[in-house]
Design a protein around this ligand. Structure first.
Ligand SMILES: Cc1cc2nc3c(=O)[nH]c(=O)nc-3n(C[C@H](O)[C@H](O)[C@H](O)COP(=O)(O)OP(=O)(O)OC[C@H]3O[C@@H](n4cnc5c(N)ncnc54)[C@H](O)[C@@H]3O)c2cc1C
Length: 381
């Protein structure tokens, strides 16, 4: 059987390769990536502005070092254009083809882009890679005021970090409170208060309608009639699993690439993991699901078919001005939030009879309960 090809060298592609090499030192391994293949921790992108890190400082290993460590061929700055599952080949944009015995898609997610009226609309940037981080860092050079569109998890992390870099920050979005899709409103309000105390301004229940260029930056006109002046604009309105290659190859896709619990797609010998994946109906674009998926898939690829299991995986939100931990209830879970104030923040427990179905802790005092509550929430899968 010919070797394994992994498309993508993010956390998903590289963690899988590492786990696989622990079990199998022989099978030829090729990784292909559209970027430079440097290994870095993506969560650091939303807490590197305050410490003024340049993009190079985020790299923990170069592609060459990774290739040596993994005994793998790593093709960098090469984009896969198409997959032919019948011929078991991937075709690169430059025309070269690679044969595969097994193929793994670890292609990540793409930032959702909203459209705005005005001549400044094209200046809106998003940060979902080290290269994006470098571009945004250039855009805020000498800029004292940043607008963040999107008051979700990533938007709040960037807002806190940019505020920590000494800049004025305005956060804009349609939700009634920050992190509206993840936490009950009372918890969102506590987070808002904590971030406001750090000097961040929120414009909620409204959206950006137009963005006009001014002499020294931009004017954002909001739907509620307010305006915000900023020198740079960051969009953090969400990520969408990148299903393009999979869809064009005829694989089943839904919100993400549809996978069973062995991380297998609908095509023989083709697997996926990471931000592009939808495992047993779940799209979980976080680090911990990737670690569990990589371990299970490595075993499957090494000859021991293995289903992935997810334990409870609370997400720590990197907002030091008001720390937050979230373990969301399963989608569609029936129960009720029990919410109480603790110190500056909130302790919200999703109760399902006597069981704890999920929790949200906000503020330095409440987050101390993370370990104790984590033990009580059920496994995700
Ligand atoms: C700012 C930020 C902060 C975060 N903080 C946290 C956190 O604190 N905790 C947490 O759990 N999670 C966090 N996350 C989420 C976490 O970082 C991601 O879930 C994870 O990094 C995704 O890894 P991935 O390998 O699936 O995707 P990516 O890292 O996006 O990698 C995708 C790879 O695929 C390659 N690729 C794509 N298409 C092609 C193609 N056609 N041809 C060749 N190569 C291709 C790309 O070049 C890249 O190498 C954060 C995310 C962001 C954006």
């Amino acid at each position: 059987m010919s070797g394994i090809v992994i498309i993508g060298t993010g956390l998903a592609g590289y963690t899988l390769a590492r786990e696989f090499r622990k079990l199998d030192k022989e099978t030829p391994l090729t990784l292909v990536t559209a970027d430079d293949g440097a290994f870095y921790s993506k969560p650091m992108l939303s807490n590197a502005f305050a410490s003024n890190k340049d993009p190079e400082a985020l790299i923990s290993q170069s592609a060459e070092a990774m290739a040596g460590q993994l005994d793998a061929r790593i093709l960098t700055r090469r984009r896969v254009a198409a997959i032919d599952t019948a011929a078991r080949q991937v075709r690169l944009e430059d025309g070269e083809s690679l044969d595969y015995g097994r193929l793994v898609l670890a292609v990540g997610a793409e930032p959702i882009r909203l459209s705005y009226e005005g001549d400044g609309a094209d200046a809106v940037l998003s940060v979902n890679s080290r290269e994006d981080y470098g571009r945004f860092r250039e855009a805020i050079e000498g800029v004292g005021h940043v607008a963040v569109i999107g008051p979700g998890l990533i938007g709040c992390e960037f807002a806190n970090d940019l505020r920590g870099s000494g800049r004025e920050v305005d956060v804009i979005g349609p939700d009634t409170a920050p992190l509206g899709r993840l936490v009950p409103e009372a918890a969102g309000r506590a987070i808002q208060k904590g971030l406001e105390a750090a000097g961040i301004r929120f414009h909620l229940e409204t959206v950006v309608k137009r963005i006009d260029r001014k002499d020294t930056g931009f004017r954002l006109s909001l739907d509620n009639g307010e305006t915000v002046e900023a020198g740079a604009i960051l969009s953090a309105v969400g990520l969408r699993p990148d299903t393009r290659l999979a869809r064009e190859a005829g694989l089943e896709v839904d919100r993400g690439i549809v996978l069973d619990r062995t991380l297998a797609t609908s095509a023989e010998g083709v697997y996926a993991l990471g931000d592009c994946a939808q495992v047993a109906g779940l799209v979980l674009p976080y680090v911990m699901p990737i670690m569990h998926a990589a371990r299970a898939l490595a075993k499957t690829l090494a000859g021991e078919p293995t289903q992935v299991s997810y334990p409870a995986m609370p997400v720590v939100v990197k907002t030091p001005a008001h720390p937050v931990v979230v373990a969301p209830p399963a989608p569609g879970a029936v129960g009720e939030w029990k919410i109480e104030s603790v110190g500056e923040g909130v302790r919200a427990v999703f109760s399902q009879g006597d069981e704890v179905g999920g929790f949200v802790l906000t503020g330095a005092e409440a987050v101390k309960e993370k370990q104790a509550l984590s033990k009580q929430v059920p496994a995700v899968l």
